[in-house]
Design a protein around this ligand. Structure first.
Ligand code: F6R
Length: 241
């Protein structure tokens, strides 16, 4: 793991967007793995800015998002598809048919998980994956568990994740209880990974990810075994390193 500490969220956004730009310039038909949440927003803003300035052309790029709530369709303003549209895809030129977000309203969500793995494989695998980290060490919706999940699957969200995500819904009762998520195995297949974290409430999870034993009780700790992972944290999130 290559750990880098930055002054603040803005500096991380600039650095992570530069990694994406380098990837797209190096391989214009690359496959990007994307995340939702608050942490990547400055990165996506910077990517949009680079596109507007003509520095990066996303027209050959394919994207796969990590996860989606079960039961929210793409038009729901809390769906991850909607989030991606608002925060990134509306502002850059990735062709619509190359954008992939799991469908939480598929008639057969189990089959949707299998199809998603097939589509990633058919696209040639993910070149660069961006991740955030949960306060409990989760990556995507892979919560602390007894084992690392190999592939895309359905999860029951933990109380801590429901609690963390309720800020986006009218109440905790409105947060969906299930989600579809790429597995740890799917994430580990990405050729390069950048995981970003900001704020003191992530400090313990960042410490366990970087310094703790590799254990499914901190799903992000598996990244210690990945050959090309960059950890970008601000001073608060990196305080316990
Ligand atoms: C989102 C995702 C989640 C978030 C994590 C951190 O697609 O996969 O694992 O990355 O919950 O969320 P924020 O960035 O909101 O703190």
């Amino acid at each position: 793991m290559n750990v880098r500490i930055y002054k603040d969220a803005q500096a991380i956004g600039t650095a992570a967007a530069a990694l994406f730009a380098a990837q797209v310039i190096d391989k214009p038909n690359c496959v990007l793995g994307l995340a939702t949440g608050s942490t990547p927003i400055p990165t996506y803003k910077k990517m949009a800015e680079m596109y507007r300035e003509g520095a990066v052309d996303f027209s050959g790029v394919t994207t796969f998002n990590l996860d989606e709530y079960v039961g929210l369709d793409h038009d729901h303003d809390q769906s991850y598809y909607y989030f991606m549209m608002e925060n990134l895809f509306k502002h850059i030129n990735v062709p619509h048919d190359r954008i992939h977000v799991l469908s939480g309203t598929a008639a057969d969500v189990e089959a949707e998980c299998g199809h998603y793995e097939d589509k990633i494989k058919a696209a040639g695998g993910i070149d660069l994956q961006i991740l955030g980290i949960g306060r409990n060490g989760h990556i995507a919706f892979n919560e602390p568990a007894a084992d690392f999940a190999p592939a895309t699957h359905i999860v029951e969200l933990t109380e801590s994740t429901i609690e963390a995500n309720k800020r986006f819904f009218a109440s905790a009762d409105d947060v969906p209880r299930r989600a579809l998520t790429m597995g740890i195995g799917s994430i580990m297949k990405a050729r390069s990974i950048v995981i970003i974290a900001t704020g003191s409430d992530k400090a313990e999870a960042v410490r366990d990810m970087v310094k703790g034993p590799i254990s499914p009780s901190c799903p992000a700790s598996i990244l210690q075994a990945h050959p090309d992972t960059v950890v970008m944290v601000d001073e608060a999130a990196g305080a316990l390193l």
